[in-house]
Write a protein that binds this ligand. Sequence first.
Ligand code: UD1
Ligand code: CA
Length: 449
Amino acid sequence: MTERSSLGIVLAAGEGTRMRSGLPKVLHEVGGRPMIVHAMTTARAAGVNRLALVVGPNMAAVEKVVTAAGADEIFHQSQRLGTAHAVLCARSAIAAGADDVIVLYGDTPLVRPRSVAAVRAQLAAGADLVVLGFRTPHPTGYGRLIEADGRLVAIREEKDATDAERAVTFCNSGILAFRGGTMLSLLDLIGNTNAKGEFYLTDAVEIAHARGLTVVAVEGAEDEFRGVNDRTQLATCESIFQARRRAATLADGVTLVAPETVFFSADTEIAEDVTIEPNVVFGPGVRVERGARIRAFSHLEGARVGEGATVGPYARLRPGADLGRDVHVGNFVEIKNGRIEEGAKVNHLTYIGDARVGAKANIGAGTITCNYDGFFKHHTDIGAGAFVGSNSSLVAPVKIGDGAFVGSGSVVTLDVPADALAVARGRQLTREGWAAAFRTRMARIKAAK
Ligand code: UD1
Ligand code: CA
């Protein structure tokens, strides 16, 4: 099947307004990834080798995202005239020739690659047109798959259906796939005499059937084809996405103590034998290596956690946090753009930003890298085996050498050589008996008032 050339057309024009958002609908995220990118990723995972996007007017933001996600071509539909019209906006891509052409919607983020692959398998087996359908007790709003003698003969849109057709519970997911060679001859025959006055892509089924072409329905699960038109449906898709990811993560050999409280992104990578405690959130771009433990109430984003490392409870790893093997990052620690090397410990109440912490270094409670001067970010380099005493401020750019020692409460503005001691704070003054004398004097003043 991978030998067959294939074109995916993702429709993202024709915006609904029910999202009530300044952001185009298809850019709303599920699992930290825009819905349109889910559709593209699914198509790619099913082996689709060219991807054409059809976007509406004023969709520069969508174009930017799909370009970054690897769209091969972008077409514009300036007027919303229906799904067939939208697909025909990509006419030149279809005419360029592909064995399989698969149409997907940009607002349907949960489609599994294996369903698209099943559709392609039918084309490979000789079908001219394949429709991905699903059965639901609540078919209202969907196009119904009309069968006769066990063959798919038409798709009837809700508004055009007879009562008998409306009783059908086998529905169109929206994913249709065509043999490339016959596709345009079918689409060019589609008219707009229907309840909505739109050019329906779904009419291709009836036309193909009348021509004696082979039309096949493939069945998938309802949850895969949930479309998003409002924020409630978006939340539903998010919860289905999370449920799937939790199940897949458990199956991959990861312990989730309370799975329903852990939230993943579409690209989260977690190795075997990792343990994730309750209430952990993975933003985009996280990888956790084998045997690590992510303790409760931690938030990770754009970070790597090395083998056997421990993070949290209550830790925040921001983009560029890169924790080596057996690193310990403890409670109320924030790390951004920082490499923490093997066995180093940053255990309490600390901010490490734009820094390197060398192997086995120990960063005391309350240490802050002062990385920003209001204009520029600067780097802090802490050598292997260094010991930074509690409540120190390291004013970047600054370098603490290997094995150096920083006295607690220091404000370090100058480099500290390897194995040196730096203490940068007021010297301690001690006066014997001062406190007792002070109390006696104050008590006398108070009594005289
Ligand atoms: C469509 C199907 C219906 C199916 C349902 C599944 C048609 C005629 N109907 O109905 O059989 O059960 O999806 O959710 O295809 N779009 C454009 N340009 C247009 C019109 C639509 O790009 O001119 C895009 C939309 O952005 C959307 C998709 O096509 O992503 C589907 O359009 P929509 O109007 O939502 O179709 P439905 O009525 O939901
Ligand atoms: Ca829809």
